[in-house]
Write a protein that binds this ligand. Structure first.
Ligand SMILES: [Zn+2]
Length: 164
């Protein structure tokens, strides 16, 4: 088994859609970024790549490459899923925490978990999404942006199949 950790931050900006976990959430601000700025998926991808010692998303999808301008981060997650598989691993589980004062994320947990489970070819019960505020403190509390943490466990695909 391998464990991975990911962390990402994006600042709020006007005239941008707020996309979290592949879900467009109605809010007065979106997140600024070269891609769709899906901070949740970025943290998740970094945890998956980290578990496999494959660096980070900046290495694989550089923001200097116009191919990734405004790209749907769910497409990048599907690419990362292939990289993990090629390394001989599959997802055990992932636990993701969104830190945002606003908006309320909980109405979208189920859809986000479905999106991620579909992209990673796993059961929805292997994906947890939760959110917290920082009680008005720090940049998230000042409504300047959103941060996200992700931890994941990967299992060796071959050993996993032997057990089954
Ligand atoms: Zn990011």
């Amino acid at each position: 088994m391998k464990i991975g950790f990911g962390y990402d931050v994006h600042r709020f900006a006007e005239n941008r859609s707020l996309v979290l976990g592949g879900v467009t959430i109605p809010y007065e601000y979106g997140l600024l970024g070269h891609s769709d700025a899906d901070v949740l998926i970025h943290a998740l991808m970094d945890s998956l790549l980290g578990a496999c010692a494959l660096g980070d998303i900046g290495t694989h999808f550089p923001d200097t490459d116009s191919a990734y301008k405004n790209i749907d981060s769910m497409l990048l997650l599907r690419k990362v899923a292939i990289m993990i598989k090629n390394e001989g691993y599959c997802l055990g589980n992932a636990d993701i925490t969104v830190v945002a004062q606003k908006p309320k994320i909980s109405p979208y947990y189920k859809q986000i978990r479905c999106n991620i489970a579909d992209a990673l070819h796993t059961d929805i019960n292997n994906i947890n999404v939760k959110a917290t505020t920082e009680e008005g403190l720090g940049f998230s509390g000042r409504l300047e942006g959103i941060k996200c943490y992700s931890v994941c466990l990967l299992q060796n695909s071959e050993e996993h199949h032997e057990i089954i």
